[in-house]
Design a protein around this ligand. Structure first.
Ligand code: TYM
Length: 336
């Protein structure tokens, strides 16, 4: 039996942080050998909010190197640049004409980002989830591993696919495959270091709110030293009054590869002064191999270019086949 297909992506907007790593990439790496995987760099999504054209290409490059540095293995996984596969934009248009506007207006992430943008909200920001649906549906993905914040977008993707199948599918022959989200509870929602009730995010103006995968050890130490805590001695999980405590213990648990019970016992009598150096140490140790590998890959641009070239060819083959199938179902005159 052939392997099921996995697809996921990350926006090319600046450095990846621990949330992206623990909520997404780390899980991709862990499951990749069981699936046929496509992982891409979402550079079309990156321009849905104001951005700097001078850094877009570099950000894409850096993200590619980071995927590999984190352990994406080309034996199992294809990696590629979203904008290099033009089928993503084309399918987005077709799906736009099938997706009701009010489905998009309901999206929590749109509402949150739109508030931050003020007057300057683009049509692209509203349309973001349709592009995401196109990304997924083009590859007939069975599973989409993401963090918790993407759940609503995946539900929308499923709704769009069902709608296309209902309107244009022939009996027993759906046009699009309905994908399943794959959200692993541990690390699905890493919170900000400066406010344990907000998720860690690339768009937070404060660098102190997140640990980036490429932060040097001194920077990690400083951020953990200054991160928000509380005056209570004894560290516990799951106390709604202590969101920062829960978040930091969870980070420690995942990075130290321990069970929740082990960490609960280890930290129950600790104060922050004792805990913070422990968290710093496991964070620095977990990121060191990624940072070393990243540097190695960035020093070999020819290799990275060849990987991207191979990736786009494989991705295009799959994406273009699906696009033709959709256009055919929608009634388009085939290209002669
Ligand atoms: P992006 O770049 O915002 O996030 C990339 C991945 O990181 C996860 N993530 C988190 N997980 C845990 N805690 C956090 N604080 C945290 N912050 C981010 C996200 O859930 C995501 O898995 N829209 C997507 C990119 C995308 C995509 C797709 C994903 C575009 N097309 C198709 C899957 C399939 C996004 O959120 O990017």
């Amino acid at each position: 039996m052939s392997k099921q297909r996995v697809l996921s992506g990350i926006q090319t907007t600046g450095n990846l942080h621990l949330g992206n790593y623990l909520g997404a990439i780390r899980n991709w790496v862990e499951i990749q050998s069981q699936y046929d995987n496509f992982f891409f760099f979402a550079d079309l999504h990156a321009i849905t909010v104001p951005y700097d054209p001078k850094t877009l290409a570099d950000n894409t490059y850096n993200l590619a190197a980071l995927y590999l540095a984190c352990g994406i293995d080309l034996q199992y996984s294809t990696i590629f640049v979203q904008s290099h596969v033009t089928a993503h934009s084309e399918l987005t248009w077709l799906l736009n004409c099938i997706t009701p506007l009010n489905w998009l207006e309901r999206m929590i992430q749109f509402k949150e980002k739109a508030i931050k943008q003020g007057e300057n909200v683009s049509v692209g920001l509203l349309d973001y989830p349709v592009l995401m649906a196109a990304d997924i549906l083009l590859y007939d993905a069975d599973k989409v591993p993401v963090g918790e914040d993407q759940k609503q977008h995946l539900e929308l993707t499923r709704d769009i696919a069902v709608r296309v199948n209902d309107k244009f599918g022939k009996k027993k022959e759906p046009v699009l495959k309905i994908p399943e989200p794959l959200i692993r509870p541990e690390g699905a929602r890493v919170m900000s270091l400066t406010d344990g009730t907000k998720k860690m995010s690339k768009s937070d103006p404060s660098e102190m709110s997140r640990i980036s995968l490429l932060d040097p050890p001194e920077e990690i130490k400083k951020k953990i030293k200054r991160c928000k805590t509380d005056p209570i001695k004894g560290l516990v999980f799951d106390d709604p009054e202590r969101p920062e405590c829960h978040n930091l213990l969870s980070l420690y648990q995942i990075l130290a590869n321990k069970t929740k019970q082990e960490v609960a016992t280890e930290c129950q009598d600790m104060g922050w002064g004792q805990f913070k150096p422990l968290l710093t140490e496991v964070t620095v140790e977990s990121l060191k191999p990624i940072q070393d590998k990243y540097q190695e890959i960035m020093d070999n641009k020819d290799y990275l270019n060849s990987v991207l070239k191979e990736g786009v060819a494989k991705a295009e083959e799959v994406a273009n086949t699906t696009l033709s199938r959709v256009k055919d179902a929608l009634g388009y005159l085939p290209r002669l």
